[in-house]
Design a protein around this ligand. Structure first.
Ligand code: FAE
Length: 530
């Protein structure tokens, strides 16, 4: 109660939203054992942030629980986040060595030792794939490349046939873009900026091979980036900051949806708490059990809170793991068999090409991609390849790509009774269709340019980065594991709101789709259930 009054008073006095958010996520605002709340949201990424904003705007006090940290405090270097060239403990979630997506150079492992800490990027290892995810208040928005891409309309209609497409494109995608603070690059500036030389080189070569390229919108403030290029502000995207967080310029969720939710005075965020169980409560609603952890990952307290409604927004992996475990352990035994099914990696595969000595890619590369090669119309192997930066701070003649393909393979989460963990059945070999599709494009470009693949960046003699994904999707698919709005039928008051609703593929980078779908679903839930 005291907490709620403090936040409300601050709002009335006109405290900036960011300061409110810091207060909402401060240690003093944490949930206490035995609390009873009307709405509890597990996870503070896209699905969670949309849910929290719309619930609080509707007058409902909302408690968010997040396993990662509230990234608001600067380290001894005066910065909240570290950069990619000097990763320290802040970089990775509970690891003693870094696990860079591009982890090799000249075939040599370039990862380094770090102190085990609740860092911002998790590389979660399953048998056949490493799944990169953001950890902290803001979820994936803290670590991602900010590319804000609306999927192709006909493909969206294919993947989610139960969703009214017109309302998505007329209402919810525009609403998501507005809420996220999406902006477009100044295309004239792009043509001259040193920091996008790498993208122009790749674009020109793609075009020369008959491919179409397209500019990509972003949530990074391109106006700020222009000032970085002009050296009038501290650099972030131009200082090799991306996957371990951006100190400036990025409109991450803590600055947009979550700040707006905090400004209502009805939000609390309990960081560094891992939800471990959800089960019906005798007194009504659901009991939510969570472990409070310190920065070494050790549990320092266990709490149980009662919530009238629980919104699962722990991401595709987090939500699927929780629900599969709850069903297996008899805590939510009536969850349908479809829970845990239909997981995919959005067809992700990475690859790099070696440029000729005269085709410099630039010593200064913006960490925020701004262009993609669009070969999605190729029915023999659709590819949407983002031209990715390699921001090493020195000229390397490397052109890097993250290809999104239409890989049809899917996997399932299952509870492992011997380890007590949830496994993912994905095998690395299931990524072969992604390699085949990407190869069609990049073989052709290499052949036209007389260039070759780099085979030293994903291992020794390994061309394809095929054992990792940034885009986990599915595991709790809309209209299969839930109803058509994310309700877990059989358990009134339980909802799924995140990337687990999307069946393994969006054909583009996924966060705009996740945000728009959450906007659609919460609007319906508020109108009919609450
Ligand atoms: P997400 O944002 O992952 O949020 C889930 C939250 O729940 C996280 O903060 C977790 O820490 C928290 N959590 C999980 N389990 C628990 C638990 N048991 N208890 C408490 N909290 C929990 O989910 N997408 C794009 O569209 N454009 C890009 O440019 C792009 N670049 C990317 C780059 C990187 C390096 C990465 C890792 C991802 C990138 N993505 C990009 C993917 C995007 O960030 C991702 O699809 C969304 O963040 C997923 O949103 P969700 O709401 O599903």
């Amino acid at each position: 109660m005291t907490r709620r009054r403090t936040v409300l008073r601050a709002a009335v006095l006109g405290v900036p939203a960011a300061a409110l958010l810091a207060r909402a996520s401060a240690a003093g605002a944490a949930l206490s054992d035995g609390d009873h709340v009307p709405a509890l949201v597990i996870g503070t990424g896209y699905g969670g942030a949309v849910t929290a904003l719309r619930l609080t705007q509707a007058g409902i006090a909302t408690a968010m629980v997040e396993m990662g940290m509230a990234w608001t405090t600067a380290g001894s270097d005066g910065k909240v986040f570290c950069d990619m060239l000097n990763p320290d403990q802040r970089s990775y979630w509970l690891r003693t060595t870094t696990d860079q997506p591009v982890g090799y150079f000249l075939g040599i492992n370039v990862n380094k030792s770090i102190t085990r800490y609740t860092g911002v990027l998790d590389s979660e290892k399953f048998a056949g794939i490493r799944v990169y995810q953001g950890r902290g208040v803001g979820g994936g928005s803290l670590v991602n490349g900010g590319m804000a891409v609306v999927p192709k309309r006909d493909y969206f209609a294919q993947i989610l046939p139960s969703v009214d497409v017109a309302s998505m494109y007329d209402t919810y995608f525009p609403r998501a873009n507005a809420g996220l603070g999406v902006n477009a690059i100044d295309t004239a500036w792009f043509e001259t900026a040193d920091c996008y030389r790498f993208a122009r080189v790749s674009r020109d070569q793609a075009k020369a091979s008959g491919y179409t390229t397209t500019f990509l919108n972003n949530v990074y403030d391109f106006g700020y980036m222009k000032q970085e290029q002009a050296s009038t502000v501290p650099r972030s995207a131009l200082a090799s900051e991306v996957i371990y967080g951006n100190n400036y310029g990025k409109r991450s969720l803590d600055k947009t949806y979550l700040a707006a939710a905090a400004a209502t005075g009805r939000l609390s965020i309990t960081a560094q708490h891992v939800v471990t169980a959800v089960t019906p409560a005798a007194a009504g609603g659901y009991s939510v059990t969570m472990n409070q952890i310190d920065t070494s990952g050790a549990t320092v307290a266990t709490k149980t809170v009662r919530a009238d409604r629980v919104f699962f927004a722990a991401g595709s992996v987090g939500t699927s793991k929780l629900l599969v475990a709850m069903r297996a352990q008899g805590k939510l035994p009536d969850l349908p068999a479809a829970v845990g099914q239909g997981w995919g990696n959005n067809g992700n595969v990475m690859v790099a090409r070696a440029q000729h000595i005269w085709n410099t890619t630039g010593a200064l590369e913006s960490g925020m991609p701004a262009m993609g090669i669009d070969n999605w119309a190729d029915t023999a192997g659709p590819v949407f390849a983002e031209i990715a930066p390699f921001p090493a701070g020195t000229e390397l003649w490397i052109s890097l790509y993250l290809a999104i393909t239409k890989n049809p393979n899917r996997a399932a989460f299952t509870f492992n009774t011997s380890t007590g963990a949830v496994d993912l059945s994905w095998r690395t070999a299931q990524n072969q269709p992604a390699i085949d599709a990407a190869k069609r494009v990049f073989d052709k470009i290499n052949s036209a340019q007389a260039t070759v693949y780099r085979s030293d960046l994903f291992g020794s003699n390994k061309v394809w980065g095929d054992d990792l994904t940034y885009h986990p999707l599915g595991g709790c698919i809309l209209n299969q594991a839930t109803d058509n709005y994310g309700r877990l039928t059989g358990y009134p008051g339980l909802y799924v709101m995140d990337g687990s609703l999307i069946p393994g593929s969006t054909g583009v980078n996924p966060f705009v789709t996740i945000t728009a779908l959450a906007e659609r679903n919460i609007e319906k839930i508020l109108a009919t259930d609450i």
